[in-house]
Design a protein around this ligand. Sequence first.
Ligand SMILES: *[C@@H]1O[C@H](CO)[C@@H](O)[C@H](O)[C@H]1NC(C)=O
Ligand SMILES: *[C@@H]1O[C@H](CO)[C@@H](O)[C@H](O)[C@H]1NC(C)=O
Ligand SMILES: *[C@@H]1O[C@H](CO)[C@@H](O)[C@H](O)[C@H]1NC(C)=O
Ligand SMILES: *[C@@H]1O[C@H](CO)[C@@H](O)[C@H](O)[C@H]1NC(C)=O
Length: 682
Amino acid sequence: MEEALDWVPGGAAGVAMIAGTVALGTYYLATRPKGRPPMFPLNEQAFLEQEGAEMIRTSRFCKDSKDGKFMRCLYEDCRTLYEAFRRGAKESNNGTCLGWREKNKPYQWLHYNEALLRAKNFGCGLVHLGLQPGSHVGIYSQNCPEWVLVEQGLYSYSMVIIALYDTLGADACAFIINQAEMNTVVCDDDAKINLLLDKAPSCLRRLVHIKDLRRETVARARKQGIELIRFEEVERLGSAHSHSYRERPPTPDDICTVCYTSGTTGNPKGVMLSHENVIACVSAVLLQLGEHRPNRSDVMISFLPLAHMLERCCQVAMYMQGGSVGFFRGDIRELMDDMKVLKPTLTPAVPRLLNRIHDKVMGTVNGSTLKRMLLRMAMNSKFGELQKGVVRKNTIWDTLIFKKVQESMGGRIRLLVVGSAPLSGTVLTFVRCALGCVVVEGYGQTECVAPCTLTIQGDCVPEHVGPPLACSSVKLVDVPDMEYFASAGQGEVCVKGVNIFKGYFKDPERTKSVMDSEGWLHTGDIGMWLPNGTLKIIDRKKHIFKLSQGEYIAPEKIENIYIQSQFVSQVYVYGESLKSCVVAIIVPDVEAVKQWAGENDIPGTLSVLCADDRVKALILSDVTRLGKEAGLKSFEQVKDIYLHPDPFSVQNGLLTPTMKTKRPQLKAYFKPQLDDMYSRLN
Ligand SMILES: *[C@@H]1O[C@H](CO)[C@@H](O)[C@H](O)[C@H]1NC(C)=O
Ligand SMILES: *[C@@H]1O[C@H](CO)[C@@H](O)[C@H](O)[C@H]1NC(C)=O
Ligand SMILES: *[C@@H]1O[C@H](CO)[C@@H](O)[C@H](O)[C@H]1NC(C)=O
Ligand SMILES: *[C@@H]1O[C@H](CO)[C@@H](O)[C@H](O)[C@H]1NC(C)=O
């Protein structure tokens, strides 16, 4: 990515090039291919199921079908993740399935039938070791072929896979192993084995390792009475006893995974998902992708954590269609190199990655007026094509400007699926133009598998998350506290359908707090219907949001700590998911600030003091100290503050009659100050 656009020449050469470009551009205009129409009218992307306050919206695919029921599967012979893999084997005729590479070598591949056999052997080996249908088995590993072999092996005997991952930490991992009563966890390397040994709960009896272990680790496990066994040894056991244990494929209703998610507070929650949940979600996405859906000639790069459902669903889609999945080597710094070798045709992506691509390109043109102008012309031309439904990467602008970005990703990307956090419209449009591929953005959460809405190809207007998928309906419900009303097309997003989870594992209380008696999942996100039936996410009900790097922030928790400072009278902590840090508006305590100012010979009214850098430094350091003492993580600490002399009040509309802060109003009121702080933090 670094050198994208670096070579765009300046000076006379550049002017000559622009002249040539314009001429060529005109030629291309004449030969431009015709765009494809979107799969349904862009001004009516969903059905309104029920007029009135509720405004339930449903996919057009759903209503078009005979009985108006939700979609459960795309193929009748593919209703479980077990069947999905077998469909891929048939569809691809034993094509390439799982790819990996060592050092700087090319990719090596396991074919579908080999993968199926090894997976079954692994599952059979675990059964021989005493596991049974329904057993929970953990996996704590980087993405790799073995991850998928373990997963499919477990499904062969109706077992349940539970992923652990680094950001949980040792305590949460131990909590999960204990809650899910897992006696076996598969780990890739020595470090992860040791992390689990640190806090091993008594139910943990066996660790399967993919890579070699240090001698100390082996001794340590032995001392703790935990059996260590190599991955290949489990396969060998399974292969030797394959005739003793018949496969026990799961039914659609069986749980396939318990997906633990960590929030800002409390223990991780185990989201129970059935095979049908996952198949319905993936099928609905494939249906909505239409002719752009993956097929057996597609290759996907796997680098987002398999512990999260976005990546899992993308892989399920590939296996269902008989495509190939190539794994990165595990180091995100080498991802682009892996992509150049693998040449994937599709990839899931998170906003962070796309932001980086955007910023890098912008950074390289930033210094030169000419380069900026060329980029603007290129963007205008490509966006014009997008609006006509033309998606391609063979225009003159691709050759001149975007080739390097495209080639840094292998040059063959045709479909990019974005999810997991909001993506800014500028970046989305940039990516669509620069990569010349189909880019769809989804919205959802683990409790509804992955996406429950997805943009449709052909709609190039950014900053919404598309219409509901065919597996579920979406409605908005009133949140009077925050002044969002469904009658005005705004409210908490609620989802109901075949993709809704089976509850939190061993936690009926928390399940009840998000799922109502009619089966609607209350997501906690505030959405807004656009007139054309697409959903736009505008706020968070509990005021919890993710920063751009994916960390959760609960601003009220931070405010409750900062308010303890003697210098702080009122505080409003603000951040947004497009940013990587939080900032605050603080109304200082008049007495305390005046006293400190007097002692330090700083004259002036509170307004004057608020503008004084010394006062600001004092308050910023005091709240940061308090935050540190209270155990705030560094991303939870404000990076800048703005001091405001006038209190938030009911009269000025910034407090509710019950003296709670009105967050949307505060955000609007202080927009200039917030924007200013962020622009300086960039
Ligand atoms: C699948 O393909 C691989 C690679 O060509 C081959 O080694 C293997 O024998 C094939 N398996 C079956 C069952 O055809
Ligand atoms: C897969 O899809 C791509 C893009 O739509 C298409 O060019 C290709 O021919 C398809 N391959 C197969 C085997 O259907
Ligand atoms: C280049 O980027 C820097 C940092 O983002 C910014 O301050 C500056 O204004 C930019 N320059 C131009 C010419 O856009
Ligand atoms: C959908 O509606 C929004 C709001 O009216 C509008 O901004 C957008 O352009 C529309 N999208 C399409 C594709 O018509």
